[in-house]
Design a protein around this ligand. Structure first.
Ligand code: NAP
Length: 253
């Protein structure tokens, strides 16, 4: 059972709605909390309370940060596909002797019609093998390069900020960040004649509507599975679970 020395100072590794909700709750309760963002999106939704932006300089940099800022517990509330910062957080927290909790929203429950792939390369291979034409890609702007050599399919690509690297030649770009409705997603997929949806299993309600729309329209789904968490991670799936972990110093929900 982790022990929390007084005074408590919590670092939230953020970039998600859960991280913002947790920050809001802790700030409202008067807890000393600092949120950290990577600085990837141009206009991030900012959490309540103090925020720092930018990488730490790897696990070693994070160790130094935890010590300099006298952090007493870390909540990794990053996106389920932000595997590098999650690995760094596990290493750094262990090295600095700071308790760490991973707050990770539940996965979407698999549907029988999904093709599960282990990573984005697997998704690109599944698209290459698909005989249809119009593909809806919602895997993020930094994962587009693996689809760039594909000139056979038409890609409807939706990202928060514009892509920077190589993109597929037959691409229609939609800049949007959700949340989305089933009606809106259905209309978008119908308008572009989408036959295949490629997405990551991010979980959560913000982007779930596309799955209901795809099911209703008979659109196939290629689902990229989450990277595994570091061995031995303490994990909760809800903000309430994280608050309980912090207040009780226990590792479960
Ligand atoms: P990543 O690949 O796991 O991390 C790459 C590097 O970015 C890390 O090594 C770290 O740099 C820095 N970093 C990441 N998250 C950070 C944070 N919260 N605070 C400070 N530095 C951070 O991460 P990513 O996939 O680029 O995601 C970046 C951010 O966007 C995360 O905060 C994540 O929650 C959010 N996000 C990601 C996705 C996604 O699909 N991946 C979707 C929505 C939101 P150093 O090594 O220099 O410390």
């Amino acid at each position: 059972m982790p022990h929390y020395p007084e005074p408590v100072r919590i670092l939230i590794l953020g970039g998600t709605g859960e991280a913002r909700a947790l920050a809001a709750e802790l700030v409202a309760a008067g807890v000393d909390v600092l949120s950290s963002l990577a600085g990837r999106v141009t206009q991030p939704r900012l959490p309540d309370g103090p925020v720092r932006v930018g990488g730490f300089g790897g696990a070693r940099g994070l160790v130094a940060f935890l010590r300099a800022e006298q952090i007493t517990a870390v909540i990794d509330a990053t996106h389920p596909f932000a595997g590098q910062i999650t690995a760094h957080a596990a290493q750094a927290a262990a090295q600095a002797g700071v308790p760490l909790l991973v707050l990770r929203r539940p996965e979407w429950a698999a549907a029988p019609s999904w093709d599960l792939v282990p990573d984005i390369g697997g998704a690109a291979a599944a698209v290459r093998a698909w005989p249809g034409e119009s593909v809806f890609l919602t895997t993020g702007r930094r994962d587009l390069d693996v689809f760039a050599p594909d000139d056979r399919h038409r890609f409807l690509v939706r990202t928060v900020d514009p892509p920077e690297g190589p993109v597929p030649p037959r691409m229609t770009l939609v800049l949007d960040r959700g949340p989305y409705t089933v009606e809106g997603e259905s209309a978008l997929m119908r308008r572009h004649g989408v036959g295949l949806l490629v997405t990551k299993n991010s979980g959560g309600p913000m982007t779930e509507a596309k799955l209901s729309a795809a099911a209703a329209l008979g659109v196939r789904v290629v689902m990229v599975e989450r990277p595994p968490l570091p061995a031995g991670s303490a994990v909760v799936t809800t903000v309430a679970g994280a608050v309980r972990w912090l207040s009780r110093g226990s590792g479960g929900e």
